[in-house]
Design a protein around this ligand. Structure first.
Ligand SMILES: [Zn+2]
Ligand SMILES: [Zn+2]
Length: 671
């Protein structure tokens, strides 16, 4: 009899020992069925041992070994161990969260597809390249290409439209020629089917596994198995794809590496970008972090020489220039219905030339506040400390009136006919969201085709992708949209971007707000003028002289980043320190705060680690829970990690019932 140490999906940071008959071929990486309590569970063997600390009379035997999926490789288990330790999560839960649901269950697995084997062995992979690379692209391809076969981290800093994808494709062609696999992570894939199409056009014979969370269970399992068996030559996916075991990883790419969606916000709160770097290290292959506006962490690593910096300073389409960015000073020019006269004129000029304009406003709905003019009452959510957002009735719905919706918890209410406080019927919307802007534009340009693109306009699956494809073909004269429009779309006829309401981010207390705003505006602005016609970006602002806007006008990411990094260093913020947040929520704020204060005293805080006082979140109450957090900081990552390990082991025993808590390592969102 041997002893197998099995990871199970339970919230306890330990492995469970089981006996295994010598004749049973179970090894580390196998999925096994074991008795646990009154029922059977699926677990993963992490290691086998000669003996257990538990007396063997109390150990139960493994019921059986599950087949149909390849054994999980040692480097994958190694990565899971790393993630579990780093992000302070039990290994069993970490492994379970990385497996598609089907592989955690007793359900049968889909049968192996015959894709990769159809190709005669040894035949070269067909590659259909795009336009010939320019000098900067060529240099990037050569530098990264020379590093294939060993670990090295590259930052590919390319302005919008600079042809980063072409660099990836040419490198992937080399990887496939070596009979290895490529992993490409993107922030969003459902919205950008163009990317998948481009990959399929470039590699018409290759098997490409697409992975994202919206896939049905069986499709996700199939893609995962293809990746694990090495059948999929290219794995293209969102953050969860980094958790798939690629048997022959030869290159990892993280496109738009600055994007916040690479950080998981629940369960295992991992950064897919950082996990990809770790994975490349374990596999001994290069990793490429691509962005027009790298995260300051990444930029700092490039400046200090940990990563190699490669730049694509020009747009790839010959003759295409970066758009001209101008500020529209709202102190000098008043706005009517949300628009300065010069912005309206600029759109009118585009309309007359048959070009498209995009109005960017990062706020859904009709108006962010519905308030009473008589007494000042404003509609608020009963369960959150937030205003309800007024939504106008959808065009195709049977409702004639709109609704009030909470953007934090999803609660919905009808619009009251009178003020609940004073009875006045003078309730008025304040501020503007996409719907109200759409309405204003229809007033200015009655003959124009106006398309609103946000999460409300595209609720049905596939609808958004279809709309965006239509825009790419020239449908729609004026687009109104949120962040959804910023990501990676190529609209050839779009030559003007108008940005509304950007100032609100400048007033935020979050030290990352400026970084995020700069990146969003660069990205949105980058939709403009990607072909021969020059593009323009107009930003309506009350602070036209703000350094962030000045950097934006000069397309000076490096200057902006240097200024931000200097501020962060002076203030003691990441990337100059490392952080983790202990977050908690309970029915009453007093309970939440009492828990955090007790947690702060729980273990001795070593020198070099600093715990801040607990503070409530800006939106303190959400869905009926009062939230607060406590930040731990250190200049030494190992010191912080050692403290967190001890701390997270001690908290469960003292956490009162009714308090939910978690630790977020390298947190990026504080709200
Ligand atoms: Zn009132
Ligand atoms: Zn709410």
């Amino acid at each position: 009899m041997r002893v197998l140490r099995v990871a199970l999906e339970v919230p306890v940071a330990k492995l469970f020992d089981y006996l295994c008959d010598v004749s049973l071929p179970a090894e580390a990486g196998d999925r096994v069925v074991v008795p646990f309590g009154a029922r059977e569970r699926v677990g993963v063997v992490v290691e086998s041992a000669e003996e257990s600390e538990v007396s063997s009379s109390r150990l139960k035997p493994v019921t059986r070994v599950l087949e149909g999926a390849p054994r999980l490789p040692a480097d994958w288990l190694e990565q899971m161990r790393f993630l579990a330790a780093y992000y302070q999560r039990p290994l069993g839960e970490t492994i379970a969260g990385a497996l598609p649901p089907r592989l955690r269950s007793l359900k049968p697995l889909p049968r192996r597809r015959k894709t990769a084997e159809a190709r005669p062995d040894g035949a070269p992979e067909r590659f259909v390249p795009g336009p010939a690379p320019n000098a900067a692209q060529q240099q990037a391809i050569e530098r990264i290409g020379a590093a294939l076969g060993s670990f090295r981290a590259f930052v590919l800093h390319g302005v919008t439209g600079s042809g980063k994808t072409e660099v990836y494709l040419r490198l992937i062609a080399e990887v496939l020629a070596r009979r290895q696999q490529a992993l490409v992570l993107v922030p969003e894939i459902g919205l950008t089917p163009q990317l998948e199409t481009r990959f399929r056009q470039a590699f018409p014979q290759a098997s490409i596994a697409v992975m994202h969370s919206a896939l049905e269970d069986s499709a996700r399992t199939q893609a995962w198995l293809d990746a694990a068996r090495g059948d999929a030559q290219i794995v293209l996916g969102t953050r969860l794809a980094v958790l798939a075991p690629l048997a022959k990883l030869g290159l990892a790419v993280v496109d738009e590496e600055h994007d916040a969606s690479f950080k998981q916000q629940e369960g295992l709160r991992y950064s897919a970008r950082d996990a990809a770097i770790q994975r490349a290290k374990l596999a001994g292959c290069p990793v490429v972090l691509g962005s027009a506006t790298p995260s300051l962490e990444t930029w700092h690593n490039a400046r200090t020489g940990r990563y190699e910096l490669l730049s694509l300073p020009e747009r790839a389409v010959p003759g295409a220039r970066l758009p001209e960015v101008r500020m529209v000073d709202l102190r000098a020019e008043s706005a009517e219905h949300g628009f300065a006269a010069s912005a309206i004129e600029a759109m009118r000029a585009r309309l007359s030339r048959g070009e498209q304009s995009l109005v960017f406003i990062n706020r859904r709905g009709y108006a962010p506040v519905l308030a009473c003019d008589a007494c000042g009452w404003a509609a608020g959510c009963r369960r959150c400390s937030a205003h309800l957002v007024l939504h106008a009735a959808a065009e195709r719905s049977r409702e004639s009136r709109g609704r009030l919706r909470c953007h934090h918890c999803g609660a919905e209410e009808p619009i009251p006919r009178a003020c609940p406080t004073c009875g006045s019927v003078d309730l008025r919307p304040h501020g503007r969201g996409t719907q109200r802007i759409e309405e204003a534009l229809a007033g200015y340009f009655p003959a124009a085709r106006i398309l609103r693109i946000d999460r409300d306009s595209a609720r049905r699956r596939g609808e958004l992708a279809r709309t965006l494809a239509g825009v790419g073909r020239g449908e729609g004269d004026i687009l109104v949209g949120t962040q959804l429009l910023a990501k990676g779309h190529d609209f050839p006829k779009l030559t003007l971007v108008c940005v509304l309401n950007a100032d609100s981010a400048l007033l935020s207390t979050d030290y990352r707000a400026a970084e995020r705003l700069f990146s969003t505006l660069q990205q949105v602005g980058g939709r403009s003028g990607r072909r021969e016609q020059p593009g323009a970006v107009l930003v309506q602002t009350r602070f036209p002289g703000h350094p962030m806007y000045r950097a934006l006008m000069q397309h000076d990411y490096a200057g902006f980043a240097a200024a931000q990094l200097a501020e962060r260093e002076a203030a003691g913020f990441p990337p100059f320190v490392f952080e983790a947040a202990l977050r908690a929520e309970a029915g009453k704020l007093a309970e939440t705060m009492a828990f955090l204060k007790a947690a702060a005293r729980l273990v001795a805080v070593p020198a070099g680690v600093h715990l801040y006082d607990p503070v409530p979140h800006v939106v303190t109450r959400r869905a009926g829970y009062e939230r607060a957090q406590l930040v731990a900081q250190s200049r030494s990552r190992p010191a912080l990690q050692a403290f967190l390990a001890e701390w997270s082991a001690a908290i469960p025993a003292m956490a009162p019932r009714g308090v939910r808590w978690h630790i977020d390592v390298d947190p990026i969102e504080f709200d």
